[in-house]
Design a protein around this ligand. Sequence first.
Ligand SMILES: CC(C)(COP(=O)(O)OP(=O)(O)OC[C@H]1O[C@@H](n2cnc3c(N)ncnc32)[C@H](O)[C@@H]1OP(=O)(O)O)[C@@H](O)C(=O)NCCC(=O)NCCS
Length: 196
Amino acid sequence: MFEAPLTGIRGTATLRPLEPHQAEEFAAHMDRAREHIRPWVGPTFVTTDVDGARATLQRYADAAARDGNRIFGIWLDEVVEPVETTPTSTLVGGVMFVEFSAAAGTCEIGCWLEPAAAGRGLITAACRMLLTYAFEERHLHRAEWRCRADNVRSSAVAERLGMTLEGVLREAWKVGDTFYDKQVWSVLAGEFSPSS
Ligand SMILES: CC(C)(COP(=O)(O)OP(=O)(O)OC[C@H]1O[C@@H](n2cnc3c(N)ncnc32)[C@H](O)[C@@H]1OP(=O)(O)O)[C@@H](O)C(=O)NCCC(=O)NCCS
């Protein structure tokens, strides 16, 4: 399967499509990520077993087959002793087109990481690759980013990507019995630079 190296990050990592046959690896990763991401992502994404993980990946595979939403994993290389051995590669998170419509010219990007992989620039680099694909290869016009208004690390990614905060949807994000404000960020094709 193809893979693309992530550049400008701390460490060595690659972006690859995440597919149903990787359900067991995805479920093991979800065990490491679940409690970290639960407050910040949609509830259907936070699965608890291999069947749930496979259902997530199958949902994206079905959508991708219709040229819709897509999901990609980030594999981080870790050097193990002795250093001359091949580094191990671990699925640590990913990015996705939560929405993707060539007809409408719009998409929405989402992301997640397990805690050990945070603070390396992985997500910003991976999102730049998705935006480059959306704007330069597919000629979409607008990409959105939606996050809980108090999700500081997610807002920081949107800002690093050169997105503009367009507004706040009041109490539009429900977690348990609590409603949180939701931010809407976007970048237009003419505003995006892969190196920004
Ligand atoms: C949102 C989330 C993915 C962001 O992760 P992140 O690690 O902050 O984002 P990036 O991978 O882009 O890394 C950026 C960080 O790495 C640092 N960094 C970037 N490039 C670097 C490099 N080459 N070397 C070292 N550090 C680097 C940045 O300084 C930044 O850290 P800072 O914010 O403390 O300054 C993560 O917080 C998460 O998984 N949250 C839970 C799920 C979630 O909220 N998903 C989004 C729903 S809308």
